[in-house]
Design a protein around this ligand. Sequence first.
Ligand SMILES: [Cu+2]
Length: 189
Amino acid sequence: MYRLKAMTPTVALAMVLVACGAETTEPTPTLAPLVATTIAMDDMATDSTMNMEHDDDEHVFLFGEPAEESAASRVIDISTLDTFRFTPDPIAVRVGETVTFRVTNDGVVPHEVVLDDQAGQDTHELEMQEMTASGNMTMMMDEANGFSLAAGESKVLSWTFTEPGTVYLGCHQPGHYAAGMVASVVVEP
Ligand SMILES: [Cu+2]
């Protein structure tokens, strides 16, 4: 809770900046507004009520939800490669199925795995680009829908898929996503 109170002035400032930015063609690209705007956009994307008590770490997923590893009916082994690819790709799952993705970085540079729909991938890519531009750290923290992987590292992500369609595993290390480091997860009805 202390964190939410601490965030409130920043979010309020960001909202003013966003409001200003909407009226002009290009907000001044200084560091502080970029970071603040990212926070504000997160809140707007996940909470239409703009509730200031909302935890900005919470992310609403339209295609499923995180699951306990013990609930998974199968394990799908995935590798991240320095050729900016995931293998295998595509990956097929079924609606209602809970699976564990066991992802291993078989490359020598850091990679990451973010499970999300196209909008989520776009948002995360923008956040990573802004962090890179600002000179801040570019390794994402472990989240409900993803993590970063050092060379040789292996982590698991368990997920229950609830809607048919195609979602994605994306790597948003600088330049990787643009180079095509995204795999399709086809959720079959
Ligand atoms: Cu990568």
